[in-house]
Ligand binder design. Structure first.
Ligand code: 1PR
Length: 523
């Protein structure tokens, strides 16, 4: 039996799911004694260092944790569960950590997008039981803005490169901890977890030990989900956001089955967009939560969910905050949430007042779950102009002139699934959301959606050059070379597609096969 330390600050469902999928039972710590009596303790830290330590102190877990670590029993820390082992963190400088390992946790200072999100490799420095059965060149899923810096090099189990070299796992006797998320790292992550769980696993040093590692470009499968006219929840797909064909909502399959299939084929992430979320209230839309629960039991790569994340008052006058809606999505198995329409409203208010309200959905969710959990989904549409001075927006010169030969355009933000255009451009929206604490941009493009004409590279370049957070290029993928184009000609970290995957025109494996050797990808 595995004892899991869930101190109630966020979603540890995916860790439980991963361990249970390996046939192991999980007991969650309910009181300090459960830590002391554990045989194998897993600590998947969630949230921010300061609030994590505050809860551990309040619950009286700090003493028992220190005693457990000193007892020589197996321990696996994940992400913040690694940070907790150190003396302190730059994330909350006045707060003391568990101090089991001497050293501190430092903020990433690199000339790359931060958070470091995605699949990166491990440069393995010493044998460990975690590595049995691994070749050594596998990639694992990272998502973090801070990294550990142990004083004693003997504690370093692996390092990873991202602008600089950082310590990505530590080992001190039976105490192991990883910066990456094994529970979100597909089969190899499950293998690593199994090695921790299984008794008698041998410490091994894999044959392949890269000196340097590289972050992979991510291929994301997107499932637009809504109820059809019969009330069944289906994966649908629009042409420039119109999801109806001969009056009926297009039905391209069942959400859980499709997501599972894409995971098996090698998708690096899965995104669900509840596309009628702007008018329905997701907490009344239980099937969507159930889709997430079922998917997270079978799919061990990151799951993002969007649609309807905003404040809401139900028919009985009960007020729900966007944070509560997001919390329900996280509890059901989401790793990230994506905010669409509400982000536009928030950015408009911010531009009007010139100050952060402090309680917007973006700020609140980022504060509680971390920036990396907050994705902003932008639904822009091109608006052509003759001269840049014609509008007070971020205008670009385009190689694809408008119907009247206009050489310039701006990208107008829309809300409610493209139904309503707003007086805000996509570049400004992305910038403002980054400032408010968003961790990633999902950049759709209504003009390209469902057209198979390739990504709008001009839009992607404009937004990517305006922000320091990762950008997911979306809309328009029709052929394998469109993925190569977007990675070679823009700095986008990921590419997302929907239609070509659902219609089986170009399976994910084919995309990856084509990119292999040309672009760094996860095999
Ligand atoms: O506004 O916070 O409730 O979120 C609603 C979410 O639903 C937003 O993220 C919005 O993008 C999405 N959405 C709303 N209506 C539609 C629609 O299609 N009618 N889908 C919609 C957006 C666009 C992409 C699509 C890519 C790739 N889907 O995600 O998957 O364009 O497609 P392709 O590869 O086939 O070209 P809120």
């Amino acid at each position: 039996m595995i004892t899991l330390l869930d101190y109630g600050a966020g979603n540890v469902r995916s860790v439980v799911n991963a361990i249970e999928s390996l046939g192991e039972t999980v007991r969650t710590v309910a009181a300090a004694e459960d830590i002391l009596s554990a045989e194998k303790l897993v600590f998947p830290g969630v949230g921010a260092f300061g609030s994590m330590m505050a809860i551990l102190n309040r619950e009286g877990y700090v003493g028992p944790l220190k005693a457990y670590l000193a007892s020589g029993r197996p321990f696996l820390g994940i992400c913040l569960g690694l940070h907790a082992l150190f003396e302190s963190s730059e994330e909350a400088p006045a707060v003391e950590g568990l101090g089991f390992i001497q050293g501190t946790v430092k903020r990433f200072v690199v000339d790359r997008a931060v958070p470091h999100i995605g699949w990166n490799g491990l440069a393995i420095r010493q044998p460990s039981r975690l590595f049995e059965g691994l070749a050594g060149d596998e990639k694992f899923y990272f998502v973090h803005s801070f990294h550990v810096a142990p004083e004693d090099p003997a504690a370093v189990l692996t390092t990873t490169d991202y602008g600089d070299t950082f310590v990505s796992a530590i080992q001190k006797g039976p105490v192991l901890a990883t910066q990456f998320h094994p529970e979100k790292s597909g089969r190899n992550g499950l293998r690593l977890l199994e090695n921790f769980i299984k008794p008698g696993t041998e410490a091994t040093l894999p044959d392949i030990r890269p000196e340097q590692t590289r972050l992979a470009k991510r291929i994301i499968a997107c499932l637009d989900v809504r109820a059809n006219d019969r009330g069944d929840l289906v994966v649908t797909k629009g042409d420039q956001y119109d999801v109806r064909e001969e009056g009926e909502v297009r039905n391209l399959g069942k959400p859980v089955e499709l997501a599972r299939g894409y995971y098996e084929e090698g998708a690096d992430e899965i995104t669900f967009l509840n596309i009628t979320g702007f008018r329905d209230f997701p907490l009344e839309d239980m099937p969507m939560l159930e889709v997430l629960r079922q998917t997270s039991r079978k799919v061990f790569v990151p799951l993002t969910i969007g649609g309807g994340i905003r404040n809401y008052t139900d028919v009985n006058g009960r007020v729900y905050s966007a944070l509560e809606v997001a919390a329900e999505y996280f509890r059901s198995g989401a790793d990230k949430i994506s905010i669409g329409s509400d982000a536009v409203t928030i950015a408009e208010a911010y531009r009007q007042t010139g100050r952060k309200s402090g309680d917007s959905a973006i700020e609140e969710i980022a504060r509680v779950y971390g920036s990396q959990a907050v994705v902003i989904s932008i639904d822009p549409r091109r608006v052509y102009v003759h001269h840049p001075a014609d509008v007070d927006h971020h205008v670009i010169e385009t190689a694809l002139p408008g119907p009247e030969g206009q050489k310039y355009c701006w990208y107008q933000c829309t809300v409610k699934g493209g139904r309503e255009g707003r007086d805000l451009d996509a570049v400004t929206l992305a910038r403002v959301c980054e400032e408010l604490g968003a961790g990633e941009i999902l950049l759709n493009c209504i003009d390209r959606d469902g057209t198979n004409a390739g990504f709008d590279l001009e839009l992607i370049k404009a937004v990517k050059s305006a922000v320091g957070i990762p950008v997911i290029a979306s809309s328009g993928a029709g052929r394998v070379d469109h993925f190569l184009d977007v990675f070679r000609r823009t700095e986008a970290e990921s590419a997302l597609a929907a239609g070509i995957f659902h219609r089986r025109e170009v399976p994910i494996g084919t995309v990856k096969g084509f990119l292999r050797g040309k672009v760094e990808i996860r095999s």
